[in-house]
Design a protein around this ligand. Structure first.
Ligand SMILES: NC(=O)c1ccc[n+]([C@@H]2O[C@H](COP(=O)([O-])OP(=O)(O)OC[C@H]3O[C@@H](n4cnc5c(N)ncnc54)[C@H](OP(=O)(O)O)[C@@H]3O)[C@@H](O)[C@H]2O)c1
Length: 345
């Protein structure tokens, strides 16, 4: 059995990780940590977890925890993870970090979008955990920077098309919408029910931190610098994410060719589902799954390709992908423990 610890277990992605690790046939949940709920049973925080686990929340004591775990998930805020990841690595524990702290290879790009990095030396060692794209590198990694939810929904459809030269690298626009759990569990006016309910708005229009993350991976994968427009929106839903992406096709490329290319690229991947012509994703069909559904439309009159993708932000966008990364790192089939939720309404 793989012994697993979860730091930040009282957050939304931490709670999803608890459920996934509990249901996983090859793992045991050894330690969960919390600062605010130290000494309390996790069921006092999330009564809905009664069936899975009643572990007591521990303080983040690296030496003690490292004796009890093989893999540590850091479901912590940005800037907090960069403090803890090196300490676990020093103790020989593999780390999957759900924050942005280890998603960038270039410290300057991270620092321009976030804050000074205190473990920048680890960035070249960390692997971007977009499982379908970086599978081979993840296999030998000790430290994973688990991708952001918006980037996952945008990169999975775009990477194969840019690599195959089917779309232009210029003028890509992603118009994305997220459920409110994407902002985490802590209370703020912007995520207050009365402020959100029956409303719908764009936010961070002037610049969102996920833009440089998406651009870095598109540039890495296509071998040329890619700049793009990304506008996030907040949906009055608990969970789910939908991205509508506009790109210019290279002349002569048809919808059928794009669907065939994506289908072939992901033919061995259990969690990317390419829909038939005329079908489009719905957040409801991926909720509680680790799947990314992708639908495609091409307008021959304008040369625009419209790609729509949907994921569950807490699963393929966070905890599900984190477990998929752990599976790959530990030599398991990547889908182990993740195939239960099939998105049936
Ligand atoms: N929510 C999503 O859809 C999503 C998607 C992709 C990536 N992510 C990323 O995943 C990470 C976790 O997100 P989340 O949504 O689960 O956040 P969250 O609900 O706000 O939970 C954060 C957790 O971190 C702990 N924490 C906060 N400050 C801490 C500190 N200084 N030291 C130690 N622990 C601290 C909190 O618990 P205690 O106070 O009990 O310790 C809490 O358990 C974030 O980096 C986020 O950006 C989230």
């Amino acid at each position: 059995m793989i012994r697993v610890g979860i730091a930040g277990s009282t957050g939304y992605t931490g709670a999803e990780l608890i459920k996934l690790v509990w249901a996983h046939p090859e793992t045991e949940l050894s330690v969960i940590t919390s600062k605010s709920y130290e000494g309390k049973h996790i069921t006092e925080v999330f009564p809905g977890l009664r069936r899975c686990s009643d572990l007591i929340c521990q303080p983040l004591d690296v030496v003690q925890i490292s004796n009890q775990v093989d893999v540590m998930f850091l479901a912590l805020p940005h800037k907090v993870s960069m403090h803890w990841a090196p300490r676990f690595l020093e103790q020989g524990v593999k780390v999957v970090d759900l924050s942005a702290d280890f998603r960038f290879q270039d410290a300057a790009v991270y620092e321009a979008a976030y804050q000074p990095h205190s473990s920048a030396d680890l960035l070249e060692k960390s692997v971007y955990g977009l499982c379908e794209i970086y599978h081979d590198r993840i296999r030998s990694a000790d430290l994973i920077g688990n991708p952001g939810c918006y980037p996952t929904s945008i990169l999975l459809p775009l990477v194969p098309l840019l690599k195959k030269g089917m779309i232009s690298s210029k003028g890509i626009v992603a118009d994305s919408k997220s459920g409110v759990s994407g902002a985490g569990r802590s209370v703020s006016l912007g995520t207050h029910f009365c402020e959100l309910n029956e409303g719908f708005k764009a936010y961070k229009v002037e610049g969102h931190r996920h833009t440089p993350e998406i651009e870095a991976i598109l540039s890495d994968q296509s071998g040329q610098p890619v700049r793009m427009t990304f506008i996030p929106h907040l949906l009055p839903l608990t969970r789910g994410m939908l991205s509508t992406i506009y790109a210019d096709t290279v002349q002569g490329v048809t919808r059928e060719q794009v669907i065939d290319a994506l289908t072939s690229y992901y033919s061995t991947q259990p969690f990317v589902r390419i829909l038939k012509a005329g079908q489009f994703p719905d957040i409801a069909h991926v909720r509680h799954t680790n799947c990314c559904d992708i639908g495609v439309h091409a307008n021959p009159d304008t040369g625009k390709l419209i790609i729509i993708s949907a994921i569950d932000n807490l699963l393929k966008g966070a905890a599900g992908q984190a477990v998929q990364n752990m599976n790959i790192m530990m030599g398991l089939d990547q889908s182990t423990g993740l195939l239960d939720g099939q998105g049936v309404l």
